[in-house]
Design a protein around this ligand. Structure first.
Ligand code: UD1
Length: 359
């Protein structure tokens, strides 16, 4: 079986890592296409190096642009790539512009399409990711769901017949990296003392970064926290803060560049809490049993909230209060699987491929 993965943004490289390993272990041919949506070394290359992902076979180098132009550039470039490889499956990941571009290119070429991390919903149609994931699920021949909740959403939208629960591949990576970095020295950026209480924060979503008043209010809340906040600043956050002459490093906040994945997990592991608008980090905090406060009004990873480890503080004004809440109740729940989701992805692709009598 020949699988062609389309990735382009930071969280997709994390998801690709265990899938690449599982496909290789099962003896399948795997072609990796990098769209170039993320291109800074800290946003792309370090993930390939640190997580042992084979170098991309093809790099489309599209770079940043408006959503339409960025997605369109990927779509235009994909035709030749798919023509050359004619894979048994095109595999797309998550909910970024690279996901929807990979999905559209596959269906236009009549190639079987599988969507990894299918069925997640925020029910917020103002998020570009919500459109990307809904449209990709409905285009896909195979929806690979990370959770029971996601599987339920797919069923409710009439997609039960093409859906299978595989678990969350980010859990596969997290558990491996957690075990590898546990016991290693925790070196925090910005000179923050890891022996003291500290928080880890990330902010990158347009709804938080692009409204000057809102961004200022969030940074004010972080600045007033009772311990240092290591703010791992995505390039978008840096750019918007600079446009607004907003100094990110003030009060408790120490703004630094994004960390490589193992260093991020090491930092989060010993932190007093995580504050984020990232989807992946909410879940990683839960898996590390670190309280998370999410700067959004909704989440796709509702299990983290239901189990008490994540609080939504989209209103911003209650953010500091939410961060200071008492520790949640211990839990041994495993809503995100057992760390072997990627193996199930390989098996599901094979099984569905046989059903479809692929050449
Ligand atoms: C994208 C995804 C989002 C995901 C996030 C992970 C979409 C619609 N959004 O958001 O779902 O959570 O990736 O990080 O696909 N930039 C750089 N260097 C880079 C990449 C980006 O400087 O390597 C800057 C550019 O100014 C760019 C901006 O960041 O315009 C935003 O990048 P983009 O890929 O459009 O969206 P993200 O916010 O990263």
């Amino acid at each position: 079986m020949k699988v062609l993965s389309v990735v382009g943004a930071r969280p997709q490289f994390v998801k690709l890592a265990p899938v690449a390993t599982a496909l290789r272990a099962a003896g399948h041919e795997h072609v990796i296409v990098h769209t170039g949506q993320h291109y800074d070394v800290a946003m792309s290359d370090v993930f390939f190096t640190d997580l042992g992902i084979p170098a991309p076979d093809t790099h489309l180098a599209v770079g940043s642009d408006t959503h339409g132009r960025q997605t369109g550039a990927m779509l235009a470039a994909m035709d030749g790539v798919l023509e050359e490889h004619r894979p048994d499956w095109v595999l797309v990941y998550g909910d970024t512009n690279s996901t929807i571009a990979g999905a559209l290119s596959a269906v236009k070429m009549h190639l079987p399409l599988a969507h990894l991390e299918a069925g997640l919903r925020s029910f917020n149609r103002r998020m570009p990711e919500e459109h990307n994931r809904v449209l990709t699920d409905h285009a896909a021949d195979l929806c690979l769901a990370p959770t029971e909740v996601a599987l339920g959403h797919l069923a409710a939208e009439g997609l039960a017949d093409v859906s299978v629960l595989v678990g969350d591949v980010m859990t596969d990576v997290l558990l491996t990296v957690r075990d590898a970095v546990a016991g290693t020295e925790n070196v925090l950026p910005g000179g923050v003392d890891p022996a003291q209480r500290y928080y880890v924060a990330t902010l990158h979503r347009a709804e938080n970064t692009d409204d000057p008043q809102r961004l200022r209010a969030i940074v004010d809340e972080l600045a007033g926290l009772d311990a240092p906040v290591v703010l791992l600043a995505h390039p978008r956050l840096r750019a918007r803060a600079a446009e607004q002459s907003l100094d990110l490093s003030r009060g408790a906040v120490v703004a630094t560049d994004p960390l490589p994945y193992p260093a991020l997990i090491r930092a989060a592991m010993d932190s007093a809490g995580v504050i984020t608008d990232s989807g992946g980090l909410q879940k990683e905090a839960f898996l590390l049993r670190v309280p998370c406060t999410t700067v959004r009004t909704e989440t796709e990873w509702t299990e983290t909230v239901d189990l008490g480890w994540n609080v939504l503080a989209g209103g911003v004004s209650g953010l500091a209060e939410a961060v200071a809440r008492p520790a949640p109740q211990a839990t041994d729940a495993t809503p995100y699987g057992d760390g072997h989701a990627a193996e199930r992805v390989a098996t599901a692709l094979e099984a569905a491929g046989r059903g479809r009598a692929l050449a």
